[in-house]
Design a protein around this ligand. Structure first.
Ligand SMILES: [Ca+2]
Ligand SMILES: [Ca+2]
Ligand SMILES: [Ca+2]
Ligand SMILES: [Ca+2]
Length: 313
């Protein structure tokens, strides 16, 4: 009996954590419109959002809970003339003429012949409870005829930048930044490169890709984006929330909060798979679908977030 109690105590106070993907996309979920260019109908002299056009490659994507969403927009340079109004190879594509093959699946995202600046912003990823976070992205730079060093926002000053915005600390973490260099001199064209950067624990993070080119042959392709880390118990806002009973052998648990507003509850199993994601109006959550085991419960209410361990017997 003593031994049993000690084991239970250790289980209860012991840290629990596991590798977990916080955000990913391989561009496999968006539809494909092969052999068609994207034609912007906006004014190339004015910065504006780019939107999906029927029958053309998708430049924007709204996440349905799997792959991350993304949103493209355009900013002019000194004399943009055409921008993307002349029909350009941008958006989700399965064209492998430049890249031979995508690094994951059969689709990626291409950005060529912008005649201005193309800015692709991904969904913000909430890294609350995560440590040891990295972002990986595969990128492929086509062509070798780049001009300028990208320091000026003008034609003939080609520039490519892939970076992570740490929105919590208002900092930016470069994966690739060709500003100050002729892209040719970097000698990274014509083959897939893997960018990998560390991201601070617990922040809100957003991947951004920016491309300024002026030739149809100058294209940046991206694929296989993964943000992952170790998700563990985070006591930061634990004082606001209580889960009981815990451990439990009941079909329901209660989540008590001293804050107001709807509670968002996500539960992950030991493999890091999300098994519950719901909004609670009351305090009772049905967990009858969960097998016996250890879970991480992520509770969010307003700006308060807590990740806590749940033991289901
Ligand atoms: Ca892919
Ligand atoms: Ca857009
Ligand atoms: Ca163009
Ligand atoms: Ca160029």
């Amino acid at each position: 009996m003593k031994k049993f109690t000690l084991t239970m105590v250790l289980l209860f106070v012991g840290a629990v954590s596991f590798a977990q993907i916080a955000g990913y996309t391989s561009f496999e979920e968006p539809g494909i419109v092969p052999g068609v260019q994207y034609t912007d109908t906006g004014d190339p002299a004015v910065a504006h959002d780019l939107v999906n056009n029927a029958g053309e490659p998708e430049v924007d994507f709204t996440s349905t809970g799997g792959e991350m969403g993304f949103d493209a927009r355009y900013e002019p340079y000194d004399a943009p003339t055409n921008g993307l109004t002349d029909g350009d190879w941008v958006g989700v594509t399965d064209f492998t003429g430049d890249v031979t093959a995508f690094t994951d699946g059969s689709q990626g995202y291409g950005m060529g012949d912008i005649d201005g600046n193309y800015i692709l912003e991904f969904d913000t990823v909430d890294l609350t409870g995560y440590t040891g976070v990295t972002l990986g992205i595969d990128y492929f730079i086509a062509d070798t005829g780049y001009e300028g060093d990208g320091t000026l926002n003008e034609e003939g000053s080609d520039r490519m930048r892939i970076y992570v915005k740490d929105l919590t600390n208002s900092t930016e973490i470069d994966v690739l930044n060709t500003e100050g260099s002729d892209i040719n001199d970097l000698a990274i064209q014509g083959a897939w490169q893997n960018g990998l950067v560390n991201i601070p624990s617990g922040v809100m993070a957003q991947l951004v890709v920016e491309v300024r080119t002026n030739s149809g042959a100058e294209v940046l392709y991206i694929d296989h984006i993964v943000i992952d880390g170790v998700l563990g118990v985070n006591d930061q806002d634990k004082s606001h929330f209580a889960i009981y009973p815990n451990p439990t052998n009941s079909d329901v648990i209660n989540i008590k909060s001293n804050l107001s507003g709807d509670l968002n509850v996500a539960i992950f199993d030991v493999l890091g798979k999300q098994v519950v994601n719901t909004s609670l109006a009351g305090s009772t959550l049905n967990i009858s679908e969960l097998n016996s085991g250890v879970y991480i419960v992520k509770i969010t209410q307003g700006t308060a977030t807590s990740t806590q361990k749940l033991v289901v017997r």
